[in-house]
Design a protein around this ligand. Sequence first.
Ligand code: OX2
Length: 807
Amino acid sequence: MASSTPAPCPPKGQALLEAMRRHLFSSQAKSASLATTHDHYVCLSLAVRDILLTSWVDTVDTYTSQHVRTATYMSAEYLLGPHLENNLVSLGLREEARAACEALGLTLEEMLAEEPEPGLGNGGLGRLAACFQESMATLELPAIGYGIRYEFGIFRQQIGPTGQMESTDPWLARGNPWEVIRPEWSYPVVIGGQTVIGVAYDTPILGYGVHTANTLRLWSAQAPDAFDFASFNAGDYTRAVLHKVQSETLSKVLYPNDELEQGKRLRLSQQIFFVSCSLQDMFRILGSQGIPVTEFHRKFAVQLNDTHPAIAVAELMRLLIDEHGVDWDTAWSITTATISYTNHTLLPEALEAWGLELFQQLLPRQLQIIFEINARFLRTLRIRFPGQPDLLERLSLIEEGPHRKVRMAHLAVVGSHTVNGVAELHSRLLKENLFAEFAQVWPERFTNITNGVTPRRWLAVANPPLAELLNDAIGTDWCRHLDQLRKLEPLATDAAFLERWQGVREQAKERLAATIRQDTGVLVDPSSLFDVQVKRIHEYKRQHMAALQVVERYLRLRAGEDLPPRTVIFGGKAAPGYAMAKLIIRLIVGMAEIINIDPAMDGRLRVIFLPNFSVKLGQKIYPAVDLSEQISTAGMEASGTGNMKMSLNGALTIGTLDGANIEIRDRVGDDNFFLFGHTAEQLAAINRNGYHPMPWLENDALAKEAIDLIGSGHFSEGDRDLFHPLLANLCSSDPFRVMADLGDYRRAQNEVDGAWCDAGRWSMMSVLNTARCGFFSSDRSIQEYAERIWKVVPVPVNSCSVIPQSS
Ligand code: OX2
C-alpha cells in the first residue's frame, strides 16, 4: 500500500486519476468503499484505453481514407502477455499511472498483478506473432493480425511432487477491458455441412511513441441461431441448444501441443474457421473501399505463420472463384501474388498432414480445389522434369499410400510467392533438406528472415532499471533503434559504468529470488550464478542434458570439489500428452527436493523448477539471467527467441551451433559466448555411420555415475523404475544425441565456472552481449518482411492526442 500522503499527481496522472474514478462509477457501477483491487485494475485499464482509442480510431480512418496496402498476419497463436504495462510504456505514462494509483492508496504493481495474460499460444511461435504485431505498429506499417479468440488459453501448470499438473486458464472469466466486440463483422463458415459464425473481437496494438494503433482481430465461434425452434417446439430442449454448444466449441480451447500435429478434427475446423473469416473480412474491406476483387493482391499481403493457416491457399481460391466469379487462372495468380509462408520447424512430427477422409468430410469443396491445384502443379513438373515420377510423388500435395493425406506444407509452398525460414541455419537446412526439391524447382522463392524480439516488452517493460541506465548512458533512442546499443561498447571497460551495471543486475536477481521464494518456498542466494533454461519442455531442447549436468555437479560437490555457487533454474510447460517431457520435469523436481536440502551442498547448488512459465514470469526471469542455456541438438531449434531476450538483458550464452545461437555468437563475439557440441553437419555424418550412445558413455565415468545415481532411486524416494524410460532411452537410441555432446557441455560449463570467478571480466562480457544484440530486434525482422516480402510501406498517423516520446 502507498504512504498516506502521496506525492502530488502530475497533470496527466491527474487526468488518469479522474478517469479511474469516473470508470469506477460508469463502468464498474461501484462506490469506492466496495471496489476490489480488480475493479481498480479494470478502471485503470479503461482509463488507459480511453487515451489510446483516439490513436486507434485515427489509424483506422487513415488506412481507410488512403486505401493503403496492408499486411495481414495469419496466426493460430498469439502469446500476447498482459497489455496494461506495455500500453503505459508505449504512451509514456508509466510514472503518471503510478502516481494516479498512489493517490488512490494503491500501487501500480498491484494493478499489474491483477491482469490475467492472454495466453493464446504455446511458445516461441505464438510469442513471435505477438512481438511482430507490436513492431508493425511501432514501424507505422498498415497491418491486421488475424487469429482465434480462444476462451481458454494455454493450460496453467502446477508443480507437485509428481511433476506437472494441468488446469484450465479461464482468462476471460472476469471480462477483458482491452477488446471490443464487432458483431457487425461476422462471417459464416461451412464445416462438415454445418454453418458456424465467426464474430470479430478487436484489440488495439499500440506502437511505441507513435500514433499508430493497429488491430488484432480474433474470431469467436457462434451458432447461426442460438436456438433450434423445431426441436424446442417438439419438446427436446437439450437438442435445441446442442448445435449452439457444438459450434461454440470451435474457439473454446487452444491445443496445448508445441511442434506436434495430432490430426484432430477440431483442429482442422479451427484452422478453416479463422482463415475463412479473415479472408472474408479482407473481401469486405476491399468492397467497402470500392476496390475490385481482382486487385486483392495489390491491397493485401497475407503472411502465413507456419502451416496452421495454409488452408488459406484453397480458401482464397474458393472465395475468388465461387463467391466472386473469378476464373481459375486469374484466381491462381491473385492467390500466389498474395500469400507468403513462414516455416518454423524441421521436426517431422510438426509437419501437418490431414487424412483425406477427414478433409473430404469437413471441407469437400476445398479438397476439390486442392486436387485441381495439384493436377496443374504436377503437369508443369512433368513437362519440366520428364521421366521422373518419383520426384512428382515426393512433391505432390497428396501423400499416397494406404492412408492418403494432404501435405499442408506443400500446399503452402506451392501457393506462396515467398517461403522463409527464421534463422540462417534453419533457412539453409530448409533449402538443403525439407524443401530441397522445391528449391530446385523455384530457387528464388526461398529466403531467410532471422527472428527478433521487441525491445519494448523485453527491455523497457521487463527491466526498467536497465532501461534507465541505458537512457542515462546512451540516450533514449535504443528503444526504437536497437542498433544504438552499440554505443555501450566503449563503456564495457568503464569502471563506474560497470558498477552501475552490476547494481542493475543485482536488483533483477533479487527480484527473481523473491519470486522464487514466493512460488516455490526455496531461498536462493542472489549472488550465486543464475543458470537458466526456460522454454517448452522438449527432448530436442535437451532439458535432460542440463539435468544430467546438474547431477554431475552435485556429485562433484559431494566429492569435495570447490565450485562457485550456482542456482539452476528451469521453467516451461510440457504438452499434457508428452510422457517423456513430463518425466523430465519429474526428474528436475525430484533433484530439487534432494539437492536443496542436502547439507553437503552448503548453499553451493540450488535447483529450482519455476511453475507456470508465461510471458509475465518471463518478464521477471530474463533480466536476472547470468547464464542462458541454449543447448538444443544442432539443426533442430529453428531459431529460438528466448536466447535473444536473455542476451539482450546481459546474459552470457552457453549453447550449441543451432538456430539463431549462431548469429548471436557471430555478433557478440566468440569470447563472450560458451560454445560446445557437434554441428548439424557433424551430427549428420555421425548419423550416416550409425549412432550409438554407448561408446560415448563408456568413456565417461562421471556421466555413468550420474545416470546410476538417478537409476538408484536417489531422486525418486527409492523408486528405481520411475526414470527408467528416460535413462533407457538415453542409453539405447538417444535420439537427441545427448551423450555425444555431454562431455563437451561439461567442458564448457567448467569454462563458465572459471569465467564467473572473475567478476570484472564477466560484467564486461555481459555489457558486450547487450551492446551487440541490436540486430535481434523484431523491428529489424519486420522491416525485412515489409521491404522484401510484403512491399508494404509506413503510413504515419496524425492524431490529435499528444504522445510523449519516452516513458
Ligand atoms: C518455434 C520454433 O521451435 C523456434 O525455434 C522458433 O524460434 C519459433 O517457432 C519462432 O519462429 N512451433 N513452434 C515453433 O515452431 C513451431 C512449428
